[in-house]
Design a protein around this ligand. Structure first.
Ligand SMILES: [Fe+2]
Length: 291
């Protein structure tokens, strides 16, 4: 009898956990952040960005329609993509949902796209054939600005806002641990960060926040860790898709001196198709000049 009750409790627990995970994957939360800095130019006080990351081509049909409706209510000045909107794994890739969503967004807003490890893999691994080229052409046709180690400066009155997209190669995406970054790599790859503008860096991996801040990124927008898959009170995210346990910066806003990093918990999953205490999310980031 006791065993029967224990079995029933376990079954109810398992069903509840799976139902929560399903809800969290299929319903996108909107999480808002305000970044206050004297480095924000007057012309960009109130500049509002929607930040998307780690769609992994998930969310066919209703889910992304609901998300699109939420974004329209926000009226952002721009949409920033922090990478991994496509799925490329074990020689198989998908980008249909990514293209559908970004076409709709780029029709209404400027969209700046920084690449993640899945886009990088799709572009460099021969197993994916011409997929990257075809996906890139779709992005160009949609009017998405893909920043593959490139920068773009928006000037308004006497103020400037620079957006840089960093594409780190696969040596920076090792399983189980963070690989060290070669000194000077960011300067060689991206050039020297300007001092007279507010600088936003789209850097998929949050693991190198110290390096991004030292390079000159005022605000880094990242993803990659999927919020740590399961989030626990106090301890935070449990495991990154790279199987790193309790990653330091798995979701939220972090500061190093005057520099800020905001990490998205992401919009999708792959490999471990599970989320708990870690609802899929769209970020709204508003810049404020103060200080
Ligand atoms: Fe990633």
């Amino acid at each position: 009898m006791g065993l029967w009750i224990a079995g029933a409790v376990l079954a109810v627990f398992a069903v509840t956990v799976l139902a929560c995970s399903r809800y969290e994957r299929n319903h996108v939360a909107v999480r808002e952040y305000e970044v206050v800095s004297p480095a924000v130019g007057e012309a960009f006080d109130g500049y509002t960005m929607v930040v998307l990351a780690d769609l992994h081509d998930n969310g066919a049909g209703k889910r992304n329609n609901r998300m699109m409706a939420s974004i329209r209510r926000i009226h952002p000045d721009a949409v920033m993509v922090a990478g991994d909107m496509v799925m490329a794994r074990k020689g198989v890739c998908r980008y249909g949902e990514c293209v559908r969503l970004l076409k709709r967004l780029a029709f209404r807003y400027p969209v700046y796209y920084g690449l993640g490890n899945h886009e990088d893999r799709m572009g460099k691994d021969a197993a994916y054939g011409s997929s990257y080229r075809e996906w890139y052409q779709e992005m160009m046709r949609a009017g998405v600005t893909v920043l593959d180690n490139l920068s773009l400066t928006i000037r308004e009155r006497r103020d400037a806002l620079t957006i840089t997209g960093l594409n780190l190669d696969k040596t920076h995406y090792q399983k189980f641990k963070k690989a060290p970054m070669e000194p000077g790599l960011l300067e060689r790859t991206l050039g020297v960060a300007g001092r007279d503008e507010y600088h936003i860096l789209l850097a998929h991996s949050p693991a190198y926040f110290e390096e991004y801040a030292a390079w000159g990124a005022d605000l880094t927008l990242s993803g990659h860790y999927h919020g740590g898959t399961i989030r626990l009170p106090i301890l935070g995210g449990v495991m990154a898709p790279s199987y790193e346990l309790f990653p330091k910066w798995s979701r939220g806003m972090f500061r190093l001196g005057e520099k800020t990093m905001i990490v998205s918990g992401g919009l999708g999953t792959h490999s471990v198709n599970f989320r708990l205490g870690n609802q899929s999310e769209v970020l709204v980031v508003r810049l404020r000049r103060r200080g």
